[in-house]
Design a protein around this ligand. Structure first.
Ligand SMILES: [Zn+2]
Length: 234
């Protein structure tokens, strides 16, 4: 193998490592987004429960006002009943009194049941807050480990990039430029050996004449089938 090609293959090894490290860095983003989504789901649930508490509290205030109104009605009916002068009036006033007393009882029952719901919803808010705290605690560890992963990958990346720059100096400028163009397009392995008379990546046959030139000069040839750069391995 021509020494220039050998140097280029070393650079390619570095580039493949760089791509792998970059892919690992990119894979951290969705993990972070998933954490954020989990946290905001829990926070949203608290917000909804709080709004429900407020709505029920407003209903409770209305219910208490209704009790007050119904009690006043009942008191007035009571006074009317006490001031009747005929048996006929007494019957009507008693019916009225009983009805207003029923209204008081019903509105009291109503207020009590709303009060129960408020208590229930407040408990729900408390338990959702505990859940959010649990998630945040858990995430502190997960986020810490994500940050640690990122730091490790970034430092590895920096050292491979430095090695790549060093190795690239051994490759002739023209060859490196051609390789870089193909590599940027593929973001994967770009240089392959001939396998017999064919491209090592896609098996497209390479004309004899070109193969002979590659063997003597160490030059790279682009595969007409897949665009890979080919070199003579022997
Ligand atoms: Zn090919």
């Amino acid at each position: 193998m021509h020494p220039d090609v050998k140097s280029l293959l070393t650079v390619q090894q570095d580039d493949l490592q760089i791509y792998a490290l970059e892919a690992r860095l990119e894979s951290l983003a969705p993990r972070l987004a998933a954490l954020e989504q989990e946290r905001s789901r829990a926070a949203d649930a608290i917000e909804r429960a709080r709004r429900a508490v407020e709505a029920e509290e407003a209903r409770h205030r209305e219910a208490r006002t209704r009790i007050e109104t119904h009690r006043q009605l009942a008191e007035r009916s009571q006074r009317q009943y006490e001031s009747v002068t005929t048996p006929r009036e007494a019957t009507a006033a008693l019916a009225q009194l009983e009805q207003t007393k029923r209204m008081v009882t019903e509105s009291e029952r109503d207020a009590e049941s709303i009060h129960g719901r408020v208590a229930q919803l407040r408990e729900q808010v408390t338990s959702l807050q505990a859940e959010l705290e649990r998630i945040e605690q858990e995430q502190r560890e997960a986020r810490g480990s994500l940050d640690a992963d990122r730091a490790v990958i970034e430092s590895e990346l920096a050292s491979v990039q430095a090695a790549r720059a060093e190795h690239a100096r051994a490759v002739p400028r023209g060859m490196l430029g051609t390789y870089d163009r193909v590599r940027r397009r593929k973001r994967a392995e770009a240089v392959f050996p001939l396998r017999g008379p064919s491209c090592g990546a896609c098996d497209t046959a390479v004309p004899t004449q070109r193969r002979a030139a590659m063997a003597t000069s160490g030059a790279l040839e682009m595969c007409e089938g897949c665009g890979a750069l080919l070199y003579a391995a022997e």
